[in-house]
Design a protein around this ligand. Structure first.
Ligand code: 8YV
Length: 319
């Protein structure tokens, strides 16, 4: 059996695939594979491990209907046309659970980096602007005891809420399509309407999937409903916020700051105005990028590939 891997996965994954007598072909170039190249590469393969943002749309799936399984190197599956995959009987696997801690760490890191203007201050040193001790340079704000709003309280949102409640006794409010009663019990999270989430959150952290419903959800009209001293954090998908509107909301001080691990498009242009802003911290989509998490993701990928090649139910299948 043969698998094509469209990028890097942790070595443990490669080793385990080989132990299962699966022949690996891997995309090694230092650029994202194009749609045409991906179709070509999958021609003689039995399985695909899709790393990164390759669009697995109807065009790709119809051209590759011979694939027995597609294992995503992500928990998110917005890049896949699930209806077409279902029609063609191609099972799609993802990597839920194992990256919740690392992704929530990234949200937490961004919250602190923004609130203390860390990235901006760091840049000032590099630019040679640290000349003497200034007791009141641009001051940050503290998050202790403030209200954390979670948009999409699933596994990752819950990890973020736990950290904020434990470290800073933050009050947690959340908005979801349906209530998360376990989280309500565990961390006293309060379910609120979307409008209340906007008007009461001091830190608003996005942890929902990108769907037609959440696409471009955070526009200027939405930012205007947030507190002027609030911080917007997005570690989910860049398509959930409207970037032009976010820039305007920050420039016009409609909100206080923003921390992003996801942008639209990715990669972000190096001249993007967000990168020069004092109250902004941007990371290049590193949510799951730790040794431990990437190894755990790779092991799940192997389980999905092996099961799919045997025609068995994937242990982690996107439905
Ligand atoms: C992925 C992610 O690791 O899991 C997700 O949904 O966004 C990331 O953490 C990344 O897309 C690389 O495949």
């Amino acid at each position: 059996m043969k698998v094509f891997i469209s990028g890097n996965i942790a070595p443990v994954g490669l080793k385990q695939l080989e132990e299962n007598n699966i022949t690996i072909t891997q995309w090694k170039e230092n650029r994202q594979i194009t749609a045409e190249e991906l179709i070509e590469a999958c021609k003689d393969q039995d399985a695909l491990v899709s790393v990164g943002p390759n669009k697995l749309n109807a065009g790709f799936l119809n051209a590759c209907k011979h694939l027995k399984v597609i294992a995503l190197h992500s928990v998110g599956f917005d890049q896949v046309d699930l209806d077409t995959a279902k029609k063609l009987n191609i099972p799609i696997g993802n990597t839920p659970g194992v990256l919740s801690g690392a992704t929530a760490d990234t949200a937490f890191l961004l919250m602190l980096a923004v609130s203390r203007k860390a990235f901006f201050s760091h840049k000032k040193i590099i630019q040679g602007e640290w000349k003497n001790y200034e007791p009141s340079p641009e001051l940050g704000i503290e998050v202790k005891g403030k209200t954390l709003g979670i948009f999409g309280l699933g596994k990752i949102g819950l990890e973020m809420a736990r950290k904020c409640a434990a470290a800073y006794q933050m009050k947690v409010i959340y908005h979801n399509r349906s209530r998360n009663e376990d989280a309500e019990k565990e961390i006293d999270a309060e379910y609120v309407s979307f409008e209340t989430l906007l008007s009461q959150s001091d830190v608003l952290s996005i942890h929902t999937a990108l769907t037609p419903e959440t696409q471009d959800k955070f526009t200027i009209d939405i930012f205007k409903q947030m507190k002027p001293n609030s911080i917007f954090i997005n570690t989910a998908r860049g398509g959930i916020h409207n970037e032009k509107d976010l820039i305007r909301a920050l420039e016009e001080k409609i909100i206080w700051g923003a921390g992003l691990d996801v942008t639209n498009p990715e990669p972000m242009d190096k001249d993007n105005p967000l990168l020069a802003m004092e109250n902004v911290a941007v990371l290049p989509h590193i949510g799951s990028a730790t040794e431990e998490t990437r190894a755990a993701m790779a092991k799940i990928i192997v389980q999905n590939v092996v099961a799919g090649l045997k025609g068995e139910q994937l242990p982690f299948e996107v439905k």
